[in-house]
Ligand binder design. Structure first.
Ligand code: HEC
Length: 430
């Protein structure tokens, strides 16, 4: 479909790039007046210029944390009141300073792009929180405080739902159960997916979910054969659909409704089936689940998009290394028409630490993605604030860094939890 393809013989194994989008908030965080501090005018204000909860800190927490840290959210505790924030103050400071929270694996500093859906605090916001904790968490005047934001909303219209159809109870003998379910959405006409929302049935067990399209009869047959191997719903699979399949939508904790860049969408073919891969983590117990994916469709789009993998397949990592690398580069054939890259979803497994992706044209190198604190549990596919164009002759490069200190054997490419991957999934149009 696109003018180039990386030769991949394991297409079926292509896994997990999660279009997890933001739980938070769009990065356009209000700073709640920090930077324009005035000296205390009310009796509750601290001496000097120390930030207060209501005026300075609450706006940051409401915009960037409250979508998950609320009673019905996925985080283990809520940050909606002064008391909540005060109790957790030190860990709020530490996790924000280390950029562990809000969770976002891509570098959004601007050194290598910014993302329209980044979950990200500015350095100034991090400093405001630090200064507030340093000043022993002054409360300030409630009248200065922001409203508590409403919970995140879903799609404004749902045209088709991909539903597992049955409840599946994960296998209690496993810590992680990776299960694939065949779904027939009964689409009467070809259509383009322009927005999506994955709705996990039970967030206590669902760790990731990915929807794949099956594009031909043989893929559907292969999936059906796997499905018939036991009489429980679905079939086991890790890291992908286990059959030749095309990635459509991914979800990781905190993911919510995503709208694709204006004028773009991913094609769905009439009458074709799909596979929903769900990663169940059993640490909370084997709760039954029925996950679904809602899509908003358009009959046509200006530009058909595809999620195209740039993988370092030659991955072979020696054990016992603090940094073992895998890399790959690919030069677009000269006749390749201009391609617009709208976003990126990095994917590695649990040994992954860093990823650098770039496009090289002559002496110019354009950064496509940088990951410095990879976390397998917070995968996301994010959209650039400004899309990037590449063309024939450009070389796309990817390098991943892994920590193999705890391994005694070499680690190679594969779908297993013990195997590794190094892939950048690029959301692109031609
Ligand atoms: C996308 C959802 C999401 C957002 C947004 C989010 N958190 Fe979290 N947070 C979680 C989850 C889930 C956990 C539980 C631990 C984990 O899974 O990493 C957590 C854990 C934490 C912890 C405890 C960490 C620990 O080591 O015990 C702190 C502190 C925290 N978050 C602070 C924040 C702050 C501050 C913000 C906003 C600046 C924020 N979080 C935004 C989901 C989120």
């Amino acid at each position: 479909m696109l003018g180039w393809r990386v030769t991949i013989t394991f297409a079926a194994a292509l896994p997990l790039a999660l279009l997890a989008n933001g739980c938070s908030d769009d990065g356009e965080t209000s700073t709640g007046g920090n930077g324009t501090t005035t000296t205390g005018t009310t009796s509750t204000d601290p001496p000097g210029n120390a930030p207060t909860y209501y005026k300075d800190v609450a706006p940051i927490l409401m915009d960037n944390c409250a979508s998950c840290h609320r009673a019905e959210g996925i985080a283990p505790f809520s940050f909606l009141t002064y008391e909540d924030a005060k109790i957790a103050a030190y860990s709020i400071r530490n996790t924000t300073e280390q950029r562990l929270m809000p969770p976002f694996v891509l570098d959004n500093t601007g050194d290598c792009n910014t993302y329209s859906d980044a979950r990200w605090l500015t350095d100034e916001q991090i400093k405001t929180i630090g200064d507030w904790v340093e000043a022993e968490m002054p409360e300030g005047d409630p009248a200065d405080g922001p409203e508590i934001p409403p919970p995140p909303v879903g799609l404004d219209r749902v045209d088709v739902t991909f539903d597992m159809g049955v409840e599946y109870t994960p296998d209690a003998s496993l810590t992680d159960d990776y299960r694939c379910f065949i779904i027939d959405p009964q689409l009467a006409n070809d259509a383009y997916m322009i927005a999506s929302e994955v709705i996990p049935g039970d967030q206590r067990v669902v760790h990731h979910a990915i929807l794949y399209a099956l594009d031909d009869e043989s893929a559907e047959q292969a999936a059906a054969d796997k499905d018939n191997q036991d009489n429980r719903p679905g079939y086991p699979c890790f890291g992908g659909a286990g059959v030749n399949a095309r990635w459509l939508v991914g979800w990781a904790p905190g993911g919510r409704a995503t709208t694709y860049p204006e004028g773009t969408g991913i094609k769905l073919e009439a009458g074709r089936k799909a596979v929903l891969q769900v990663h169940y983590n059993l640490s909370n117990g084997p709760m039954p689940d029925r996950t679904r994916v809602d899509l908003k469709l358009a009959p046509s789009v200006d530009k058909e998009a595809a999620v195209t993998p740039l993988p370092a397949l030659n991955l072979n990592l020696p054990p016992g290394q603090e940094r073992a690398e895998a890399s790959f580069q690919f030069t677009l054939p000269a006749q390749t028409p201009e391609i617009t890259i709208y976003g990126v979803g990095p994917h590695m497994h649990t040994l992954g630490k860093t990823m650098d992706v770039s496009a090289v044209r002559g002496d110019d190198e354009t950064c496509l993605a940088r990951v410095t604190n990879w976390n397998f549990h917070w995968q996301s596919n994010s959209f650039y604030t400004t899309p990037i164009r590449v063309r024939g002759g450009d070389t796309l490069k990817i390098t991943c860094g892994f920590d193999t200190t705890r391994r005694t054997e070499p680690t190679t490419w594969g779908e297993g939890t013990e195997d590794e991957m190094c892939i950048a999934f690029l959301y692109m149009t031609r």
